[in-house]
Design a protein around this ligand. Structure first.
Ligand code: SF4
Ligand code: SF4
Length: 133
């Protein structure tokens, strides 16, 4: 096993490698669901309580509600310049986006995103392991 694979799999405990780069489409800043206690926020009152806990929540504006819950956009995204206006001080969740963890929480990546993920272990490797059990 190479060093990179070992590091990702056993130290970082990842299942995927992340490739690509941000092409500043802004999708991840424009359609956001907010999770609290493993559930997507569905009502405004619940969201108002969260706003007191972290400044990030005060950047968010409700734009819709769908079958999953409330949909937000971040008012720190400049649509014309296609940049985050607080890039240097943006919250940790934005710095790490897209990360495996948020997809485990049920997030879906935008089709336009310049990043993509590939499994660390190929199907062939997983199959060989299963057959050797
Ligand atoms: S803080 Fe910046 S990076 Fe994070 S959601 Fe808002 S605009 Fe996007
Ligand atoms: S969805 Fe992907 S490419 Fe688009 S702004 Fe977010 S990280 Fe960048």
């Amino acid at each position: 096993m190479d060093l990179k694979k070992f590091f990702y799999k056993y130290i970082l405990r990842r299942k995927y490698y992340k490739y690509g780069k941000c092409i500043r489409c802004g999708d991840c800043c424009s359609k956001i669901y907010v999770n609290s206690r493993k559930n997507i926020i569905k009502d405004e009152e619940e969201f108002k309580k969260l706003q007191k806990l972290h400044p990030f929540y005060s950047y968010l504006e409700i734009i819709d509600k769908d079958e999953n819950g409330l949909v937000f956009k971040c008012n720190k995204f400049d649509r014309e310049k296609r940049i985050c206006t607080i890039h240097k001080t943006r919250p940790g969740i934005c710095r790490r986006y897209p990360s495996e963890i948020i997809f485990k929480m049920g997030a879906v990546m935008s089709e336009n995103c310049g990043y993509y993920f590939k499994p660390i272990e190929s199907f062939k490797e997983i199959l060989a392991k299963e057959l050797n059990k």
